[in-house]
Design a protein around this ligand. Structure first.
Ligand code: PAF
Length: 280
């Protein structure tokens, strides 16, 4: 595995070849490694190298404390990527991604409607999707991936990236990796490490709420039971809602549109989010 920290080295390594890319912010857990495995299968099928980027993107954090506290585990991450058959690990410094002397290298792309209008992550993390769009655009310019893998766990992010690619006329195929869950249903996330031993069992209430929501027949009843389940576990709920799976706007009642249940909230100071198909 080549570990590259500079854009020039990445350009030399790839030459004119494309790749399959798995963008990450490191602190890799089983959830990320399942995305890497998905990327590896796709890369092998296409005969392309598999690249994984590790970059804690300052542009997508609206809270400086969150950026400061984001777990950083580079040595363990690189070990795991080696074991998972990754060809290129791209681990740039912020100056490589956002060169101070060349602001045109990483312009701020237009955020598509699905990243501005639903009132979900866009509402509770202002600046987040502009930062995600900026870094993903930059990584795609540098790596020219034929395909890139994003986790279903961050459903709105995956919708935003897919929509941005269409908007920008990119031919990168966006592949989705299924959410990996702990035994009690909690979606794996780097943030789970911040949960105290007392909070950790309560965090499964999001998944329990989704299961209860899937037993209801209307979006309104599903939302009520989800709010009640998360609320009684102690979540300060930001959103708990049924939405159109693609636009993420409230369902318009069309029978054949897939829907999704999405929730985010803060449990004992730790922000968690998750989503699932609705009904299951
Ligand atoms: O999902 C993440 O880890 C990040 O938002 C991403 C896609 C790597 C961009 O920084």
């Amino acid at each position: 595995m080549d570990v590259l920290t500079e854009t020039a080295g990445l350009r030399d390594r790839l030459g004119t070849a494309r790749c399959v890319l798995v963008p990450t912010m490191g602190a890799l857990h089983e959830g990320h490694l399942s995305l890497v495995a998905r990327g590896r299968d796709d890369a092998r099928a296409r005969g392309l190298p598999l690249a994984v980027s590790i970059f804690v993107n300052p542009a997508q954090f609206n809270d400086p404390a969150d950026l400061r506290d984001y777990p950083r585990t580079l040595d363990a991450d690189l070990g795991a990527l080696r074991e998972h058959g990754v060809d290129i690990a791209f681990v740039p410094d912020p100056e490589e991604v956002y060169p101070p002397d060349d602001p045109d290298a990483a312009p701020e792309p237009e955020v598509p409607p699905v990243g501005r209008l639903p009132g979900l992550e866009d509402r509770f993390r202002p600046g987040h999707f502009p930062g995600v769009c900026r870094v993903v655009s930059r990584l795609f310019d540098l790596c020219r991936p034929a395909a890139a893998v994003f986790g279903e766990k961050d459903w709105q992010q995956a919708c935003v990236v897919a929509s941005m690619c269409r908007q920008q006329g990119r031919d990168t195929e966006i592949l989705l990796g299924a959410t990996v869950r702990e035994a009690d249903g909690l979606a794996m996330s780097s943030r789970n490490t911040h949960l105290s031993p007392e909070s950790r069992p309560k965090a499964a209430a999001i998944w329990q709420g989704f299961q209860a929501a899937c037993r209801e027949n209307t979006p309104e009843a599903a939302e009520r039971v989800l709010v009640a389940t998360m609320g009684s576990a102690g979540f300060e709920i930001e959103y708990a809602t049924i939405r159109d799976a693609e636009s993420l706007m409230p369902p318009a009642g069309e029978a054949d549109r897939p829907l999704r249940v999405l929730a985010a909230g803060v449990l004992d100071g730790v922000r968690l989010l998750d989503n699932a198909p609705w009904p299951a």
